[in-house]
Design a protein around this ligand. Structure first.
Ligand SMILES: Cc1cc2nc3c(=O)[nH]c(=O)nc-3n(C[C@@H](O)[C@H](O)[C@H](O)COP(=O)(O)OP(=O)(O)OC[C@H]3O[C@@H](n4cnc5c(N)ncnc54)[C@H](O)[C@@H]3O)c2cc1C
Length: 293
């Protein structure tokens, strides 16, 4: 099948991109890496009247350190970030990016495109949610920044308006005493996850100060929970992962609310989530203390 006819524009500035989107009166779509949008068009799952290609906009292809955050612009490819020394300051990006499709897709697909697409099984929205990333959106009424918790609104649904462009995302860089974990189960490497977790534990002195988990592939969006009390109560037990398991199973009953499908029932996904959650919280704790992961 071929896409339905569409108009194509390639503005040179962000203001022009926003103006072009506004001119379509809700019938336009931003084209970034095209790795999700083009299949959608080809299968005629969407029929936007106009594609606003932002790849010609100067200044969006950036990876910058801004104080305690790493700022990634709208046209920066996933593969650029994966290979960037600056991205090492956000270890979760290095852990998660190799699981975003295949390397060839990542050489075109953008970090911001994945966030704007907001697939419930995608890795990067969960990373953004777990870290409390900030997203910068530009539209006809100006520029606004949103925390990840407000940005993601449901399956393939975000706070980005029809005349807006996600211009950049800022991920907080790792603090001393912070450790991270990431794992997913997919039918094949590069597929969207059946269930996955992103974890973060901050230890100050010898105490657990913060512990957070985000699950993906388990609901209509990445689901984030503060699990500081759970991790605190398990630390000091001879087998940390085993000590975390009962709490992780309870958490799974809370966060996994996807209906079953051909690839796995809800119960199966709950089991996956609980196993991954206990394992990756334990791993994040070990990393936060400098112990071997
Ligand atoms: C075979 C295959 C396997 C894949 N596996 C995975 C996987 O395992 N995990 C995963 O996370 N992804 C996966 N993907 C999708 C991933 O490759 C895409 O890169 C990503 O979802 C979208 O990024 P993009 O830059 O290609 O966006 P595009 O395809 O250009 O756009 C996607 C959507 O986001 C909107 N959009 C994009 N950028 C912006 C912006 N700056 N502002 C506003 N709206 C914007 C577009 O209008 C469109 O609606 C897979 C894709 C394929 C084809």
């Amino acid at each position: 099948m071929k896409p339905a006819p569409f108009a194509y524009v390639r503005p040179a500035t962000l203001d022009d991109a926003v103006a072009e989107l506004a001119a379509t009166d809700g019938d336009g779509k931003v084209l970034a890496g095209g790795q999700s949008l083009v299949p959608v068009l080809a299968m005629r799952l969407g029929r936007p009247g106009t594609l606003v290609d932002i790849n010609g906009v100067a200044g969006l292809d950036t990876i910058d350190r801004r104080g305690p955050a790493l700022r990634i612009g709208a046209t920066t490819r996933q593969r650029q970030v994966e290979r960037s020394p600056a991205a090492a300051d956000v270890p979760l990006l290095g852990l998660a990016l190799p699981f975003v499709g295949h390397r060839e897709l990542r050489s075109r697909g953008t970090v911001c495109g994945s966030l704007a697409h907001a697939d419930p099984g995608a890795e990067l929205p969960a990373v953004a949610a777990c870290l409390g990333a900030t997203l910068e959106v530009v539209g006809t009424s100006g520029r606004r920044t949103l925390p990840a918790a407000e940005f993601f609104q449901g399956a393939m649904s975000t706070a980005v308006g029809m005349d807006e462009v996600l211009a950049a995302v800022e991920f907080p860089v790792a603090r001393p005493g912070e450790g991270f974990g990431f794992a997913e189960i997919a039918r094949r490497h590069g597929d969207f996850a059946l269930a996955g977790v992103v974890t973060r534990v901050l230890v100050t002195g010898s105490a657990v100060a913060e512990a957070v988990i985000s699950g993906f592939g388990v609901s209509d969006r990445a689901v984030t929970r503060d699990v500081t009390d759970l991790v605190r109560s398990a630390v000091g037990q001879p087998d940390l992962e085993a000590a975390l398991r009962p709490g992780a199973e309870e958490l799974a009953r809370d966060v996994v609310d996807t209906a079953g499908d051909a690839h796995g029932s809800q119960g199966y996904r709950r089991r996956l989530f609980a196993v991954l959650a206990a394992r990756e919280l334990a791993r994040a704790y070990r990393r936060s203390t400098g112990a071997p992961a």
